[in-house]
Design a protein around this ligand. Structure first.
Ligand SMILES: Cc1cc2nc3c(=O)[nH]c(=O)nc-3n(C[C@H](O)[C@H](O)[C@H](O)COP(=O)(O)OP(=O)(O)OC[C@H]3O[C@@H](n4cnc5c(N)ncnc54)[C@H](O)[C@@H]3O)c2cc1C
Length: 264
C-alpha cells in the first residue's frame, strides 16, 4: 500500500469551473485546507504533468492498494484465526439459511451474498443487482525517458472531472493503468467476459468490470427501456464531454439534463 493521495484534474474550462464550484460545499462538509488542496497548473506539474491540465485538487486521504495482496493477506489473517476458507466453490443459488453450491448445500444462520456485479449470475437474482461494467487498460512498462517527461514520482491516483470520467494510476512496475466506463451495462444484465470496449471519447482516458448499482424493480417488458436508459445517459455524458472540450466555459446543458434524469 502506498498513500500519496488522489488528484482530481481539470482538463477544460468547464471541468475547472466544476472543481471550484464544488469546493465550498466540500469545505462545509468538513474537508479542511489540509484535506483538499487546490493546485494550479504549475503546482500540478510538480507532481504529474497531465496534457491539457488547467489545475487540480489534491487530497492526501487516498491510498493505492495491491488488490491480490490485500485479498491474500486477508485470507491468511482469517485462517490464522481458525476460520476455514473454501475457494473454487461456485454458489448456484441462495435460499433462506442455505447456499447451494456445485459440491453440495451449505447450511448457515446467515448467508452473505458478496458477489457484487456477479449477483446477476445466481438463480433467481438476475434482476436484483445491475451489473455495471468498468474496464481497465494498462500500458507496457514505460521507459525512464517517458517518466522523466511525465514526472509522477509518487503513487498519486488520478481522476479527471469529465462526466464519463476516468481513473488512472502508475503501477509499481512502471505502467499506467487506466480505468473507465467503456461498456457500462450489457443488455439483459449480461456480464462482459471478453473485455471488449469502445474507443474512449477524447476527454476521457479509458475504457472498463464490476461496479454495481441497484436498479429500480423492472418487469421483463421494461428491460429494453432500462438498457436504453443507461446507454442513452452514457451517450449523453460523452456528448457533454465533447461539447465542453470544444471550449465551453461551463457545464454543458446536455450533462445538466442527464444529471436531472439520473439524479446525479
Ligand atoms: C476495473 C475496476 C476498477 C476499480 N477501481 C476501484 C478503485 O480504484 N477504488 C475502489 O475503491 N474500488 C474500485 N473498484 C470497485 C471495487 O473493486 C469493488 O467495489 C470491490 O472489489 C467489491 O468487492 P466485493 O468483495 O464486494 O466483490 P468482488 O471483489 O467482485 O468479489 C466477488 C467474488 O465473488 C466471486 N464469485 C462470483 N460469482 C460467484 C459464485 N456464483 N459463487 C462463488 N463465488 C462467486 C468472484 O469470483 C469474486 O471473487 C473497481 C472495480 C473495477 C472492476
Amino acid at each position: 500500500m502506498q498513500k500519496d493521495g488522489l488528484l482530481h484534474v481539470a482538463t477544460n474550462a468547464a471541468q475547472e469551473r466544476r472543481l471550484h464550484e464544488r469546493l465550498p460545499s466540500l469545505r462545509a462538509e468538513g474537508w479542511g485546507e489540509d484535506d483538499l488542496i487546490e493546485l494550479d497548473r504549475d503546482q500540478l506539474a510538480e507532481r504529474v504533468r497531465v496534457a491539457g491540465a488547467r489545475g487540480a485538487q489534491w487530497s492526501p486521504h487516498c491510498a493505492r492498494v495491491q488488490p491480490a495482496k490485500l485479498v491474500r493477506g486477508l485470507a491468511d489473517v482469517v485462517e490464522r484465526m481458525g476460520i476455514a476458507v473454501y475457494e473454487g466453490t461456485e454458489v448456484t443459488e441462495i435460499r433462506p439459511r442455505q447456499a447451494v453450491t456445485v459440491h453440495g448445500t451449505v447450511k448457515a444462520t446467515y448467508v452473505i451474498r458478496a458477489l457484487e456485479g456477479f449477483t446477476a449470475g445466481l438463480r433467481g437474482h438476475r434482476r436484483v443487482w445491475l451489473p455495471m461494467n468498468s474496464s481497465v487498460i494498462v500500458t507496457e512498462p514505460l521507459p525512464a525517458s517517458a517518466w522523466e517527461e511525465i514526472g509522477w514520482r509518487g503513487a498519486e491516483l488520478i481522476g479527471d472531472e469529465a462526466h464519463s470520467y476516468c481513473y488512472i494510476q502508475r503501477t509499481t512496475d512502471g505502467r499506467i493503468a487506466i480505468g473507465g466506463r467503456g461498456v457500462p451495462y450489457m443488455f439483459g444484465s449480461h456480464v462482459d467476459q471478453r473485455g471488449e470496449t469502445k474507443a474512449p471519447p477524447s476527454s476521457s482516458c479509458g475504457p472498463s468490470s464490476g461496479n454495481t448499482s441497484r436498479p429500480p424493480k423492472a418487469s421483463p417488458s421494461t428491460t429494453p427501456l432500462r438498457w436504453l436508459g443507461v446507454r442513452s445517459l452514457y451517450v449523453a455524458y460523452r456528448a457533454a464531454d465533447r461539447h465542453e472540450n470544444s471550449g465551453l466555459k461551463r457545464t454543458s446543458v446536455i450533462a445538466r439534463a442527464a444529471n436531472l434524469i439520473s439524479g446525479r
